[in-house]
Design a protein around this ligand. Structure first.
Ligand code: FAD
Ligand code: SF4
Length: 550
């Protein structure tokens, strides 16, 4: 059936539509209601509930929360653990060199920050939003952009009940049109609609390419004797080689919980590298393994991180809407923090949208928001660290981190020896043909400290309706075979943290298998496929991971 033969979609009108119930989207929704209680705000969220798709560290800088909900410290919130100790190490295969706090640029200090489950924080924010009258619809993915006279006029949620082969199943229902005077896109890193908007409105023109990392995380309940409430520990170096950027985090919080995670910068070159296996290997380091002995792994997941910073943030406003949060790329890489800027951009955008609505405007460009962010605390936060990532990419971990540290120090004093460095190539173009590299031998998991992918995905509670069109759209299967497989040795089987992609031999020929139901929505394939041949589109709303508290 073609679209014109389908029943019409129902449409609902709002003053503001928000896509994504992460910290950016929920903050924007709350602020809009605080400023203009009579204006309607709706939030759509593709997770089955708020927080189901949220995965973060997370040590949060409360600057955004303090502005949004000044009274939060007196309330019952999921923000319970203040950072009490902050450690950095450079790792070798069996050694760990502590980096003295006095050497660290002050902007990296975690004093005054809190260790949280960001999913829980989002649930707290959603309760605040609902009390103010925000309508929140979890389980609905914004699948399509609506345009009117060249301006964004809202979104449509995806149709439900389409079978894998395209036919309509008995429960078929059309999506809803949510029309808004303004639509704020808060989809997080590599948003599927944000990507289309950047392209359509040329928002990234004259900007450096956006850069990304993949962050993998496990949540553990550890032996109480090994728990150090409030301890924050970061490492870089081993198990990654000097040319591969990334590092780890370990955060001790709440009741004997430890969040352990590993980030690999997606500009890595070796197609044999597996971020998942590097993470597992990292946990075997003598500095680390003891924390988890006798503990229990509770949850697993992964999510991309936007790492381009100042140079890569696209134009954030366009007719009818704006990008906020990590969808705009406001993450501060050396701090591995994006929540505060996600919230600050939600606040800033909401203030400009409320003013425009107050003037009776709609579906035009919120140009003031675009003009304002660089001079705001978000801009100041990103400006001082703008060279850290390019220096790391150019000079490798040892020299790059030292130079990045020097640059952050001088920026704290108001100048830089480097100006503003470029990032260069997008991440997918950094991958090199397999012939230039050797396969990496990873150890078998022991099932106690280290694990395989499938038992890990099980702990993400991922669930998709199986009989639906595959949401990982390979544009040209012939290219996948002739290039991804033949030239790059099938890196998707290694970079995907959920084991979605496999090359299997059938009658002596390789066949590409996509286990789409395992997808944890990290977006890495959309970023790293060497030919940009994989397009991540939202599956039926409610599908994906069900993170309880990541
Ligand atoms: C491993 C890891 C560790 C991190 N550690 C820290 C840390 O310690 N401190 C810190 O401050 N930051 C940290 N970050 C970054 C932080 O998580 C992000 O900066 C922050 O979550 C960005 O908020 P956001 O609202 O922009 O996007 P997100 O938190 O990604 O939220 C986006 C929401 O939108 C929904 N969505 C997306 N597309 C659609 C659609 N089309 N339709 C409907 N819903 C949609 C998603 O399901 C999700 O709920 C970390 C990130 C990772 C991955
Ligand atoms: S299929 Fe893509 S988005 Fe899904 S988990 Fe794998 S890499 Fe991430």
């Amino acid at each position: 059936m073609n679209t014109s033969e389908l029943p019409a979609r129902e449409a609902m009108e709002f003053d503001t539509v928000v896509v994504g119930a992460g910290p950016a989207g929920l903050t924007a929704a709350i602020r809009l209601k605080q400023l203009a209680p009579d204006k309607s705000v709706v939030v759509v969220e593709k997770g089955s509930e708020v927080g189901a798709h949220i995965l973060s560290g997370a040590v949060i800088d409360p600057i955004g929360l303090d502005r949004l909900i000044p009274e939060w410290r007196g309330e019952d919130t999921p923000i319970k653990t203040a950072v009490s100790a902050d450690r950095f190490y450079m790792l070798g295969a069996s050694a760990a060199l502590p980096l003295p706090a006095a050497l660290m640029p002050p902007l990296l200090s975690n004093h005054g920050n809190f260790i949280v489950s960001l999913g829980e924080v989002c649930r707290y924010l959603s309760r605040k939003a609902e009390v103010l009258g925000v309508e929140i619809y979890p389980g609905f993915a914004a699948a399509e952009l609506l345009f009117e006279n060249g301006a964004v006029a809202g979104i449509a949620t995806g149709d439900m009940g389409i079978a894998k082969d395209g036919h309509h199943k008995p429960g078929f229902a059309r999506g809803m049109e949510l029309r808004g005077k303004y639509t704020l896109f808060a989809e997080g890193a590599r948003g599927s609609l944000s990507k289309i908007l950047v392209e359509r409105f040329g928002l990234a023109r004259e900007r450096e390419p956006q850069k990304y990392g993949i962050g993998l995380k496990e949540l553990w309940q550890v032996d109480p004797a090994k728990h150090r409430t409030g301890l924050v520990q970061h490492t870089f170096g081993w198990p990654l080689d000097n040319r591969t950027g990334g590092g780890s985090f370990i955060y001790h919080f709440d009741d004997n919980l430890v969040a352990v995670g590993f980030v690999v910068h997606l500009n890595y070159r070796n197609p044999y590298l597996s971020p998942f296996e590097e993470f597992q290997r990292f946990k075997t380091h003598p500095l680390v393994r003891d924390t988890f002995e006798g503990g229990k792994r509770l949850c697993y997941g992964a999510r991309a991180i936007s790492e381009g910073g100042w140079q890569s943030v696209p134009k954030v406003a366009f007719p009818g809407g704006a990008l906020i949060g990590c969808g705009a790329g406001f993450l501060n890489v050396p701090r591995i923090k994006g929540t505060h800027n996600a919230m600050m951009s939600g606040l800033l955008a909401a203030e400009h949208v409320a003013a425009a609505l107050g003037q009776g405007r709609g579906n035009d460009e919120i140009a003031d928001y675009d003009a304002a962010w660089r001079a705001s605390p978000i801009g100041r936060d990103l400006w001082r660290v703008r060279n850290a990532k390019p220096l790391w990419s150019k000079f490798g971990t040892l020299a790059g981190i030292a130079l990045g540290g020097l640059d952050m120090w001088t920026n704290t004093l108001g100048f830089s020896l480097f100006g503003t460095l470029k990032h260069g190539k997008p991440d997918y173009a950094a991958l090199e043909p397999a012939a230039k590299h050797r396969p990496i031998a990873y150890a078998k998991p022991d099932g106690k400290l280290t694990f395989d992918r499938l038992s890990s995905v099980y702990l993400s509670n991922t669930n998709h309706e199986e009989d639906q069109p595959v949401h990982l759209v390979v544009r040209d299967l012939a290219v996948q075979k002739s290039s991804e497989h033949d030239v790059y040795a099938g890196p998707s089987a290694r970079y995907c943290p959920a084991g979605v992609y496999e090359w299997v031999e059938e009658a002596g020929k390789p066949r590409y298998v996509i286990n789409a139901q395992n997808c944890v929505h990290c977006k890495t394939c959309d970023i790293k496929d060497p030919n940009q041949n994989i397009n991540w589109v939202p599956p039926e709303g409610g599908g994906g991971p069900n993170y309880p508290n990541m």
